[in-house]
Design a protein around this ligand. Sequence first.
Ligand SMILES: Nc1ncnc2c1ncn2[C@@H]1O[C@H](COP(=O)(O)OP(=O)(O)OC[C@H]2O[C@@H]([n+]3cccc(C(=O)O)c3)[C@H](O)[C@@H]2O)[C@@H](O)[C@H]1O
Ligand SMILES: Nc1ncnc2c1ncn2[C@@H]1O[C@H](COP(=O)(O)OP(=O)(O)OP(=O)(O)O)[C@@H](O)[C@H]1O
Ligand SMILES: NC(=O)CC[C@H](N)C(=O)O
Length: 644
Amino acid sequence: MRIAGAAINQIPFDWTHNLRTIREAIEQAKASGVELLCLPELCLTGYGCEDLFLSDWLPQSALEHLQQVRPWTDGICVVIGLPVRLNHRTYNTAAVLRDGQILGFAAKQFLANDGVHYEPRFFHPWPASETTTVQWEGEEWTLGDMIFEHKGVKFGFEICEDAWRPDDVRPACRLKGRVDMIVNPSASHFAMSKTDLRYKLVLNASRNFNCTYLYANLLGNEAGRIIYDGEILVARNGHLLLRNQLMSFKEVDMECVDVDFATEQARAEEIQPLPTPDEYRELNQALSLALFDYLRKARSRGFVLSLSGGADSVMCAVAVAELVRLGTAELGTAEFMRRAGCFTADDIEQLAGPVAPVPDQNAPGPKDASHSEPDQEQARVNQILTGRLLTCAYQGTVNSSDDTFNSAKELADSIGAVFYNWTIDDEVTGYVGKIEHALGRELTWKTDDLTLQNIQARVRAPAIWMLANIQNALLITTSNRSEASVGYCTMDGDTAGSISPIAGVDKAFVKDWLRWAETALNYPALRHVNALQPTAELRPLEDKQTDERDLMPYPLLNRIERLAFYDRLSPRQVFSVLKGEESATDPELLKTYVKRFYSLWSRNQWKRERFAPAFHLDDYNVDPRSWLRFPILSGGYTEELNGL
Ligand SMILES: Nc1ncnc2c1ncn2[C@@H]1O[C@H](COP(=O)(O)OP(=O)(O)OC[C@H]2O[C@@H]([n+]3cccc(C(=O)O)c3)[C@H](O)[C@@H]2O)[C@@H](O)[C@H]1O
Ligand SMILES: Nc1ncnc2c1ncn2[C@@H]1O[C@H](COP(=O)(O)OP(=O)(O)OP(=O)(O)O)[C@@H](O)[C@H]1O
Ligand SMILES: NC(=O)CC[C@H](N)C(=O)O
């Protein structure tokens, strides 16, 4: 039997869009002779509909829209995820359709309730071995824990989280021996290296439960924060049959494979390991696709960035250039521009030549564009596109250095971004003078250090916002996770912006990534930033301000943060682990860092509540609206820190 998974790039309750990609996937599958196709979890509504899942109308509307899919399933068996609401409870289900009929709804039994997932807020778990009925306009279907059959192949379900539970409780343990195949429609968020976990999960499931395992994930930045890598996996008895290229820029990535269910396949002795994921490359692909999707789904016309030449803003600029490079490499210039949604037909013809406005969805699966260099002509086109999508401004003060200016200018020029340069000293002097006049005293670095730093960061905001408004573009804010942890940023200053692409990764990672990108992605202009020490450049230059002098070494900050909030240790436990790991560092200094971290962390929760929407990229983040909730007002660990 030819079976397939299709990763599709959906939008919460955009029925027209979602039905279009579903139809496209089904048509591609039919054209490839596929007999059974699995689409991802909740793909009809989108996974990220949040509290709308609690309404009566959204699940009802989903069921109505499912009826439109029925005629498309002539000659094929298709699995489609949607919410179903019964007796004021919403269930997360996978509908099975064939030849225009709905065969039933398999319901999710274990709900994801960790990290970025809050499913028990929206859904009820379905009890094992039970079924009920769904009624709609005189028709009735079975919903619950059930087994289906297509052309003699018996199959049951695990819906995403179902598969992440122990082997002796997950649905597979009851399906073992009763089915030939387990189908898993998923909405599994991207995190660096997570593909390795998923691979092992699917391979081991197929081996341990003696079956074929078909897995299909969502694709792209669906709703703003969470990114899906579009992974499709098929394994049989511990052997990998299919694994696709992740992070496609296409809206539909359908991949199929033949499984000879009539012939037994010996159980694999052991699972062949995947090569270790390359996290820098993964991050690049995820960030580029996330930005591209955000741009087009927000119906925006590009990005504006206050480019200091320092690590954070430079990484954001490279991410936009990479969005163009990877997008055009996979889709071609014309399709990339069409999909971006912010270019006119004339623009497209000018840059891509005359093209038929036909989507390229029937082309074969994506290639890994991240390894390929564009030819000279494509590189020229990419520079023009980057110039259309990214406008930067260096906004210097008397405290800025030539080093950061050169870094910003050369990088912007090398990628083709529009680059402006102005100073903000007049505005700073104007505000300082006004306040000095009102207070009747001078403001000095000795008495007013933070105030004088923050005013510089704040007066950069209005002009850069003006550019964003003029261009109808998204203002990128450059916060990273380390900065967010300790509030090392000025609220309404450098945090001003509408999207925060790198707030999910720590500062040490940002620096390492830029060193990697200089050679691996061929951005020679990064040599400037790679030679710089991170600095806010807010104090007079002779003060030689650096982030790490103000705070602590970034790798240590990152380690404390991880121990405190990923491993959830107490301050005492964190200190004890650090002492063991950092035997060369004075324990008193380590204690100072631990105390500094926790008190800055607690004091700055309100800032984290106000950051612009950020992508989830690492295995955790500090965003209170996705991974990590923490009180705004608290005891601030006073007793715990005093006891160290
Ligand atoms: N719980 C709470 N809820 C609401 N507001 C709260 C609050 N606690 C304090 N606040 C208020 O917060 C305000 C202070 O916050 P804010 O004005 O943002 O400034 P603040 O956090 O005091 O200082 C900013 C820090 O970030 C550093 N910085 C700034 C800019 C750029 C960079 C860089 O790396 O480039 C670094 C700078 O060196 C300094 O250490 C005060 O007015 C205080 O009342
Ligand atoms: N001279 C400047 N021109 C334009 N924007 C600036 C300037 N200085 C600071 N900014 C803005 O403020 C942000 C915060 O500064 P921050 O120092 O945290 O980041 P960075 O300069 O990009 O990196 P690094 O910390 O490694 O120097 C910058 O990313 C940038 O958006
Ligand atoms: N949608 C889900 O059930 C996702 C949960 C699962 N643990 C994952 O991260 O893939």
